[in-house]
Design a protein around this ligand. Structure first.
Ligand SMILES: CC(C)(COP(=O)(O)OP(=O)(O)OC[C@H]1O[C@@H](n2cnc3c(N)ncnc32)[C@H](O)[C@@H]1OP(=O)(O)O)[C@@H](O)C(=O)NCCC(=O)NCCS
Length: 198
């Protein structure tokens, strides 16, 4: 298969939503867990591509988009933009009292209403990122390449550091982040935060 990494273009947006859902259960396919297939992407993928398209990179092969890395240079600034621009229309579209309050959809809707809160590590490591590859692209060194491209973009923008969160169940991603140079900053009940100074 011929893989390529290229900058995001707006027509990639549906692929970003798809990849986010297909890797959204601790790295595995989450499509059986959500009634609304867009909820994960609304929070964890699309806002980054819309807000910082020049920090969004897409991995493609003959079948189309099969991976991405995306994020923001300044998590505090990103939080302000989420509150001002991105989340208000989603809050109108998804009322806070969903039909089944115990569902995964309801948890995402609550998150949309709660909003994005920057990590306490965002002062030292201002940027943050998400990286997701479909199974057919995994284990070929492409995640490392995507990460190099993203970190290069962050350096160009003058970010001093980058952090990320990873769920405890996602052992593969934990191993990956440690192999590509991230240092564990803190452990939480849900997982870990990692950081890298640039
Ligand atoms: C995690 C992920 C981004 C890694 O990308 P990848 O292309 O599969 O990883 P690479 O092939 O570039 O591997 C880079 C290094 O990490 C290591 N690594 C990657 N996945 C690993 C795994 N599952 N277990 C152990 N080590 C792993 C590789 O051995 C390699 O080490 P080396 O270069 O020192 O030999 C990718 O597998 C993925 O998107 N998974 C599903 C979605 C996900 O979990 N995203 C993260 C959410 S927090």
């Amino acid at each position: 298969m011929d893989f390529a990494i290229r900058p995001y273009v707006p027509t990639d947006l549906p692929d970003l939503y798809k990849i986010c859902l297909l890797t959204g259960d601790s790295g595995a396919d989450a499509s059986q867990l959500y009634r609304d297939p867009d909820l994960l992407g609304h929070f964890y993928a699309a806002p980054y591509a819309v807000h910082e398209p020049d920090l969004t990179f897409v991995l493609t092969d003959e079948e189309g988009g099969c991976g991405y890395v995306l994020g923001c240079r300044d998590s505090h600034e990103f939080a302000g933009w989420m509150e001002a621009e991105w989340l208000p229309p989603l809050r109108l579209k998804y009322p806070l009292l969903p039909a089944d309050p115990t569902s995964k959809d309801a948890a995402m809707i609550r998150l949309i209403h709660k909003g994005y809160t920057p990590s306490r590590w965002a002062d030292l490591y201002p940027a943050h990122l998400h990286i997701d590859l479909l199974p057919r692209a995994q284990g070929r060194g492409l995640g490392r390449k995507l990460m190099e491209v993203f970190l290069g973009g962050l350096r160009e923008k003058g970010a001093g550091g980058v952090h990320l969160g990873v769920g405890r169940r996602n052992a593969g991603a934990v191993a990956f982040y440690e192999r590509v140079g991230f240092v564990r900053l803190q452990e939480f009940p849900w997982g870990y935060e990692y950081g890298l100074r640039l």
